[in-house]
Design a protein around this ligand. Structure first.
Ligand code: SIN
Length: 330
């Protein structure tokens, strides 16, 4: 029987998992390389043979479409290598859910892809990164992880890319999957999966493999009591292809802003209503007449993930009915 360990490719992008804190509490992201992160956890050798590639060296607030396209290309190349069993991506936690969902839609693979980060810098008292990395590699190296889509591992939990959201500024248990729950648990490398995700992803995604070399501009506008129409009008004047409204409650917004959205939709801008509440579904045609106004609803996707799907959808079509079907599928 072969004792060879599975081969895992680590793609490093920076974040607090690679960050350093000084004695005064100051902090810098992305100080350590992928190779240094691996060297800090020698126990990883029991799980896999791992090779690291530095794709970026940034705090994830600087993650953008250009880095996403590069990261997707490098991840796809690794996944297409028959010798590679799975990919682990180290990433800042701030925008990890957006990157995870983007990759969930554009990677053509049934192999494991796991994003991992940390809330405490690598040099902090009691950093969480080493155990998170150990667990992420264990999940990526496990054949049972195949065909579950892109996953996020942190704080002994496994989350689906579509469901996960960062919910706390500093606490280790920041990641939650509020609507459909966890993909599973992982305790020092011992994995317990709870069930599959029901929405389409990776190998079954129409957006995979990624062919676009740029993504259309989509802006998010945050609703609040008294939202005026000005920012929506400015976005349209700036030539955006799409607008996501981070709506109050069930994707709601003031009458004047709604009027601006309807005008934007008539002018050919795709307008998606999502919710800033952090949970629940935005449904069509309940209080707002979406059919009449030409609007799209995000269902359970939070505003930042709705933006990701809208950008990818707009690379194929700007028909509101087609875009709505994608929001019901992914
Ligand atoms: C970042 O997202 O790069 C900083 C925060 C973190 O990684 O926890």
């Amino acid at each position: 029987m072969s004792t060879a360990k599975p081969s895992i490719r680590l793609l490093a992008t920076g974040g607090t998992i690679a960050g350093a804190q000084n004695a005064a509490g100051g902090y810098a992201a992305a100080v350590m390389s992928g190779d240094e992160l691996l060297a800090a956890v020698p126990q990883l050798a029991h799980l896999a043979q791992i090779s690291a590639e530095q794709v970026a060296r940034i705090g994830s607030q600087d993650m953008d479409e250009t880095v996403w396209l590069k990261l997707a290309t490098r991840a796809q190349a690794a996944l297409d290598d028959p010798a590679v069993a799975g990919v682990v991506i180290t990433h800042g936690t701030d925008t990890m859910e957006e990157t995870a969902y983007f990759l969930n839609l554009v990677l053509k693979t049934d192999k494991p892809v796991v994003l991992v980060g940390a809330m405490r810098p690598a040099t902090a008292i009691s950093p969480d990164g080493p155990m998170n990395l150990y667990n992420a590699v264990a999940v990526a190296a496990d054949p049972a992880t195949k065909n579950r889509g892109v996953l996020v591992v942190a704080n002994d939990e496994i989350h689906f890319a579509r469901e996960v959201a960062k919910t706390n500024t500093t606490q280790l248990g920041t990641f939650k999957s509020p609507n459909r729950g966890l993909a599973g648990l992982v305790n020092r490398g011992r994995i317990h999966f709870f069930g599959p995700t029901v929405r389409r992803h990776t190998a079954a995604s129409e957006f995979a493999p990624l062919t676009a070399t740029a993504l259309p501009r989509v802006e998010i506008i945050h609703a609040y009591a008294g939202l005026r129409r000005d920012l929506i009008d400015v976005a349209v004047q700036q030539g955006v292809s799409g607008i996501v409204i981070a709506g109050v409650g069930a994707g709601n917004l003031s009458s004047v802003a709604l009027q601006a959205c309807a005008e934007a939709a008539r002018a050919g801008v795709a307008v998606v209503r999502s919710s800033l509440t952090g949970g629940g579904v935005v449904e069509r045609n309940i209080e707002i007449k979406d059919d009449e106004l030409g609007l799209i609803v995000a269902e359970e996707l939070n505003p930042q993930k709705a933006r990701v799907l809208l950008m990818l959808g707009l690379t194929r079509s700007n028909d509101a009915a087609q875009l709505q079907r994608w929001f019901q599928t992914y």
